[in-house]
Design a binder for this molecule. Sequence first.
Ligand SMILES: [Zn+2]
Ligand SMILES: [Zn+2]
Ligand SMILES: [Zn+2]
Ligand SMILES: [Zn+2]
Length: 408
Amino acid sequence: MAAAEARGAWCVPCLVSLDTLQELCRKEKLTCKSIGITKRNLNNYEVEYLCDYKVVKDMEYYLVKWKGWPDSTNTWEPLQNLKCPLLLQQFLNDKRNYLSQVKKGRAITLKDNNKALKPAIAEYIVKKAKQRIALQRWQDELNRKKNHKGMIFVENTVDLEGPPSDFYYVNEYKPAPGISLVNEATFGCSCTDCFFEKCCPAEAGVLLAYNKNRQIKIPPGTPIYECNSRCQCGPDCPNRIVQKGTQYSLCIFRTSNGCGWGVKTLVKIKRMSFVMEYVGEVITSEEAERRGQLYDNKGITYLFDLDYESDEFTVDAARYGNVSHFVNHSCDPNLQVFNVFIDNLDTRLPRIALFSTRTINAGEELTFDYQMKGSGDISSDSIDHSPAKKRVRTVCKCGAVTCRGYLN
Ligand SMILES: [Zn+2]
Ligand SMILES: [Zn+2]
Ligand SMILES: [Zn+2]
Ligand SMILES: [Zn+2]
């Protein structure tokens, strides 16, 4: 089983190395796309990436890593034999980036002797190539697992960090043992037009949350009651928004200001639109308290109290989550939290949806206010509720004019 598959939540990690698996495949003449053995490279050689460079007798050579073959079979090939302009460009870009980083750090000029690369440069280029492959695999895995329309992209042009090692993608809440999430409502509407008739929200005693443009029109703190599996209306009902999942293509990217991974949108998002759901493990608040003591500052920021009406449950997105796991905090955010009820009408267990507060342009980072996780009350009283969370304060790097200085 490929490493990418093994990372899945319900898979068992494979103890055999990638090299051994590739060797086995080749011996048995089997193709396996996820470990890089394709029909094309089973009998032919295909360049996976370039590792090094040298000049011998005025001839330029590149050290080639062959796709589906172990590093020990790398060979030096003359430049004129290489038919991989993109990989060559990548090699030169990585080399340039490395040199510019070194220069910044040491303020000296590294002179190439033009005959060979310094080992440190070649090492960096190989690390970068391996990272690119690992991130691509992770991106493929995320897109295989997600069940919504929007695509997920992964990008790191900042450092050598690869995919997170202890994170499992889930599309919905993963209840801890002993917690049951009702998956079918007991009541559904029988409207011919849910926009105009007395529909599910009215039954719950609240207003319909959306306007005709699928934008949220109710104030923060007000619950959303969407149509459910018992309703007579079809999938195009104007009261089915959050349940359809993320519609936008988003990118998990490495931030350059020390905030680790972040999420940016690749398309323009209209104001007041549903962007994504916050999902993770659903645990009791006692368990959250216990985990809060064990977690470091970063782990604590994944705990989201479901305190819409009671204080019984918390969502922990530290290990299990969707793209929202990577969304950074800002004291001046562009996403706002809403409690949503669809098939589960238990007010102790709302679903959490993030809506845009304003127009968000393509390329902009998405953020929400971590202190709004829950009641939305950010007075100092409410922050001090949990002893586990206040022990260590984390400095906020959001950069907003209105920054409060701390994450917790
Ligand atoms: Zn209805
Ligand atoms: Zn309905
Ligand atoms: Zn409906
Ligand atoms: Zn801040």
